[in-house]
Design a protein around this ligand. Structure first.
Ligand code: FAD
Length: 372
C-alpha cells in the first residue's frame, strides 16, 4: 500500500520509535512522534550496534551520520575471568561486515535518529504522556492531559511498560529477571577497541570504549533476589558498585575507582508478545520483546523492527495484511535472539570448573546473522 499521505502516530522517541518514524516518513507518510519526556535526552551510557543494526541505519540513510560521531569500530570480544585472565576471544572477522560493529554512545545514536527524523519531516511532540491507545478503523491515542490524537495507524514504541502490549496480550506483565545492572562512563584510557567481559560468580562486568576512546563504558551486572525500588532505574552511590565487585581483580577495581556517577537498573522483561498488532496498531522494539542485555541486541532489534514494519506496510495491499506480514517476519527471529541472550545470562555467571566449557559455547550475534 502507498504510505504517501497516511497519518501515522508513533508513541515513544526512543531508538525504535525514531528509526520507525524516519523509515515511514521516507516512504511518504505524515508522521508525528509523541514522547512523554520534556526533552530527548539520554542517561550517559553506551551500547553496541552490530551489523544488523547498521544495515538498518544504512537503509534509512543515517550510516555516515552515526560514524561521524566517532563511534569506534569493535575489534573483538574478550572473555576474562575475574582476575583478568583470558578465557576466550571472539574475533569479529566471521561477520560479513565486521566494520559495521560499532560501540556507540546512546545519546549520539538518539541525536542522529532524532535529527534524521526531523529532516524527513517528522514532528516530535514532547511532554505528551500517552494513557491509552484504542485500536480501530481510525485508531486513537488518548493523552493523559485529556487530548486525543487520531491517525490512520499507531505504532507503540513505548518500551518495556507499553500499555498497548498488555492490552493486546492480557496477563503478559513485565517481571524482574533477578539481575540488576549499573551503567557508568569513566575517562578513556587508550585501550583497544574491543569489548571485555570480566566474569565471576553471580556477576559480570562489560566494558568498551566510546567516542574515539575518549570515554569508556561500563555495564556491571549482579544477581539479586528482588527489586524493591518503585522505579526501574535510579541514581546510585558508586561505592555500592565498588563493594559489589570488590572480589574482582585489579583491572576491574581500577576501573571502578574512576566511577563518579552511576545509574542502577533493575532488569525486567516479559515474554516476546504473542500478538504484535491489532486493528491499525502495532508494537515495536522493547514494547514487543524486551531482552536481557547479554547479547547486546535490544537496540539493534528495535532498529530491525522499524525497517521491517515500514517495508511490510509498503509491500502489502492494505494495513491489515502489512501488519500481519510484519509480525510474521519479526516474531520468530525476536524469540530466537532473546532466547540466546537468556542463555548467555547463566553462562556469564557460572560457578566452578564447568564455567570454561560453557563459555566456549556462548552465543554471539555473529552466529545469528541478520535478515533485515
Ligand atoms: P526505549 O528506548 O525504552 O524507548 C521508549 C520511549 O518511549 C522512551 O523515550 C519513553 O520515554 C517513551 N515512552 C514510554 N512510555 C510512554 C508513554 N506512556 N507516553 C509517551 N512516551 C512514552 N541494546 C543494544 O542493542 N546493545 C547494547 O549494548 C545494549 N545494552 C544495554 C544495557 C542495559 C543495562 C540495558 C538496560 C539495555 C541495553 N540495551 C542494549 C537494550 C536497549 O537499550 C533497548 O532494547 C532499546 O533502547 C529499546 O528501544 P525502544 O525504542 O524499543 O524503547
Amino acid at each position: 500500500m502507498s504510505l504517501i499521505g497516511q497519518h501515522i502516530a508513533v508513541v515513544g522517541a526512543g531508538i525504535g520509535g525514531l528509526a520507525c518514524a524516519r523509515a515511514l516518513a521516507l516512504r511518504g507518510a505524515s508522521v508525528t512522534v509523541l514522547e512523554q519526556a520534556p526533552e530527548i535526552a539520554e542517561v550517559g551510557a553506551g551500547l553496541q550496534v552490530s551489523p544488523n543494526g547498521m544495515a538498518v541505519l544504512r537503509a534509512i540513510g543515517l550510516e555516515d551520520e552515526l560514524r561521524a560521531t566517532g563511534a569506534p569500530r569493535a575489534e573483538g570480544v574478550t572473555l576474562r575471568n575475574r582476575n583478568g585472565g583470558v578465557v576466550a576471544r571472539m574475533a569479529l572477522d566471521g561477520l560479513k561486515r565486521p566494520e559495521d560493529y560499532l560501540f556507540v554512545h546512546r545519546a549520539d545514536l538518539i541525536d542522529v535518529l532524532a535529527q534524521g527524523a526531523r529532516q524527513a519531516g517528522v514532528r516530535i511532540n514532547l511532554l505528551q504522556h500517552v494513557a491509552q491507545i484504542d485500536p480501530g478503523p481510525r485508531p486513537c491515542v488518548r493523552l493523559s492531559q485529556g487530548a486525543r490524537v487520531q491517525a490512520d495507524l499507531v505504532v507503540a514504541a513505548d518500551g518495556l511498560h507499553s500499555s498497548l502490549m498488555t492490552q493486546l496480550n492480557p496477563g503478559a506483565d513485565p517481571f524482574f529477571t533477578g539481575q540488576v545492572a549499573w551503567r557508568a562512563l569513566i575517562p578513556g584510557d587508550g585501550g583497544p577497541a574491543e569489548a571485555e567481559v570480566f566474569m565471576g560468580p553471580g556477576r559480570h562486568l562489560v566494558t568498551y570504549p566510546l567516542r574515539g576512546g575518549a570515554v569508556r563504558n561500563i555495564v556491571a551486572v549482579e544477581e539479586r533476589r528482588s527489586w524493591v525500588e518503585a522505579r526501574w532505574s535510579q541514581k546510585d552511590d558508586p561505592d555500592n558498585l565498588r563493594v559489589a565487585f570488590a572480589g574482582m581483580g585489579p583491572a576491574v577495581r581500577g576501573m571502578l575507582d574512576d566511577v563518579r556517577y552511576v545509574h542502577l537498573w533493575g532488569l525486567f522483561r516479559h515474554e516476546v508478545a504473542a500478538q504484535w498488532t491489532g486493528e491499525n496498531v502495532a508494537l515495536l522494539g522493547d514494547a514487543a520483546h524486551p531482552t536481557l542485555p547479554f547479547l547486546a541486541q535490544g537496540a539493534s532489534m528495535a532498529l530491525e523492527d522499524a525497517w521491517v514494519l515500514a517495508d511490510s506496510l509498503s509491500r502489502a495491499d492494505d494495513a491489515a495484511t502489512g501488519l500481519a506480514l510484519y509480525q510474521s517476519r519479526r516474531r520468530a527471529r525476536a524469540r530466537r535472539v532473546i532466547g540466546a541472550a537468556n542463555g548467555n545470562a547463566w553462562k556469564y555467571h557460572l560457578r566452578g570448573p564447568f564455567a570454561l566449557g560453557a563459555h566456549m559455547g556462548m552465543r554471539m550475534i555473529g552466529t545469528l546473522a541478520p535478515s533485515a
